[in-house]
Design a protein around this ligand. Structure first.
Ligand code: HEC
Ligand code: HEC
Ligand code: HEC
Ligand code: HEC
Length: 109
């Protein structure tokens, strides 16, 4: 009986590990170059800062923001710049952490 329990626990552990491995976390650091270069530490925002994927991605697909948020706002969808600024600056303001003011704190030449 004890052996069976251990076996079940090992199986559960392996299953969890597989799910964790299957998740694509995307690049650790993302350089966005539409206006200067914004160096975004994706891994730090996911890991150390413990921000939920859905706080930024709000869809299960993890598609590029620009695949939906195009240059111009469309119905309920924000335009690209607003989507990025509302997401990034919005949270930094709320948490009183991370760059808010000064374009150069994100957009480095
Ligand atoms: C603080 C915001 C934020 C958080 C939190 C976050 N991401 Fe991202 N992620 C981004 C941004 C911004 C991009 C770049 C999107 C683009 O190029 O339009 C990105 C890109 C990605 C990509 C690559 C998409 C592509 O097609 O190139 C994947 C995959 C991804 N994220 C998965 C995740 C997962 C999984 C989590 C949670 C563990 C997560 N992200 C958490 C903001 C975030
Ligand atoms: C599959 C299409 C799609 C992708 C990919 C997508 N969005 Fe959105 N986004 C939408 C739609 C549609 C809305 C309007 C939703 C609503 O009003 O309920 C929205 C709303 C928003 C909003 C305003 C409301 C809110 O939830 O805060 C922000 C900010 C935002 N998106 C940022 C982002 C960022 C940043 C990314 C990439 C990490 C991203 N979006 C990726 C479709 C998308
Ligand atoms: C849900 C909250 C949240 C969102 C969304 C978010 N950030 Fe942050 N960000 C933080 C916090 C918290 C810090 C402070 C980290 C610290 O002080 O160590 C931070 C710090 C930063 C820093 C300072 C350097 C560093 O890595 O610590 C940069 C640059 C940054 N964020 C860029 C971005 C960009 C670009 C986006 C949008 C694509 C974004 N952030 C979205 C919470 C967020
Ligand atoms: C918290 C970080 C942050 C701050 C602060 C910030 N931005 Fe951004 N901004 C971004 C990110 C991320 C993008 C998406 C960049 C990309 O895809 O290359 C962006 C996109 C833009 C774009 C759109 C580029 C395009 O071609 O679609 C413009 C214009 C812009 N920002 C101007 C500004 C100005 C002006 C300021 C200061 C008033 C500012 N930003 C402050 C993060 C920031």
């Amino acid at each position: 009986m004890k052996k069976l329990m251990v076996l079940l626990m090992v199986a559960a552990f392996v299953a969890t590990a597989f799910v964790a491995m299957a998740q694509d976390n995307g690049p650790a650091v993302i350089k966005m170059t539409k206006k200067g270069t914004v160096t975004f530490d994706h891994a730090k925002h996911q890991g150390e800062l413990k921000i939920a994927c859905a706080d930024c991605h709000h869809t299960d697909g993890y598609a590029k923001c620009s695949s939906c948020h195009v240059k111009k706002a469309d119905g309920k969808k924000l335009g690209y710049k607003k989507a990025m600024h509302n997401n990034c600056i919005g949270c930094h303001k709320e948490m009183k952490k991370g760059p808010v003011k000064g374009c150069k704190s994100c957009h480095v030449k």
